[in-house]
Design a protein around this ligand. Structure first.
Ligand SMILES: [Zn+2]
Length: 203
């Protein structure tokens, strides 16, 4: 029984500055890029690889930063932080394979079920089903799920990308095998660093 459904806007381009559409044939954002993108590039310099360049070449991935209130320096810091997270997790974001589920498909339960009526990815997990509950393992699995969801159902310039996340809490209990607080902390860190989100609770 799904008891909670959360709509999770991830990247929200209400508008796209023309500079976002100036990707070069190599996938590298060309000259004319917004100042905060140039600043983040300058800060990270040689740390950026082909994986991050491909991500930067997608306008919808940058639009959320342009929408943020604050200075260009603050936007650049946010973008740098996210890029550092993507560099740190480059291998996982490239393979999109959870090593636990590769070894045993019943290790984790959270999966993508398709889309809702708005065309947003529907993610669901049941608390009673996973066999593997290590904080690192859950984080690894959820990284793959979030990234795959965004790739399969990307947003548009007119509408932000969102998740509908349904959690069946049957089998959940703080005194049971779900009691390690590091798992929640890792998931919060994952959402904050890897996927800029704003939560709005539905029924
Ligand atoms: Zn897994």
């Amino acid at each position: 029984m799904p008891l909670r459904s959360s709509k999770v806007p991830v990247v929200g381009p209400r508008f796209l500055p023309a500079a976002f559409c100036m990707a070069s044939p190599s996938g590298v954002v060309a000259a004319g890029q917004p100042p905060f993108v140039a600043a983040a590039r300058s800060e990270l310099a040689s740390e950026l690889g082909a994986h991050e360049e491909a991500w930067l070449s997608q306008p919808e991935n940058l639009a959320v930063f342009a929408m943020q209130s604050g200075s260009n320096a603050e936007r650049a810091q946010m973008l740098s932080d996210m890029l550092r997270w993507r560099i740190l997790h480059r291998e996982r974001l490239s393979s999109l394979t959870c090593t636990h589920c590769a070894a045993d498909p019943r290790s984790h339960d959270c999966r993508i079920f398709g889309t809702d009526a708005d065309g947003d990815a529907v993610i669901m997990n049941g608390m009673a089903l996973p066999k593997e509950l290590s904080p690192a393992g859950v984080e690894e699995h959820m990284t793959c799920v979030f990234e795959l969801a965004l790739r399969r159902f990307p947003g548009t310039a007119a509408r932000p990308r969102q998740f509908t996340w349904v959690v069946d809490i049957h089998g959940f209990g703080y005194l049971s095998r779900h009691s390690d607080p590091r798992t929640s902390l890792r998931l919060l860190s994952l959402l904050r660093n890897g996927y800029k989100v704003e939560w709005s609770m539905a029924a």
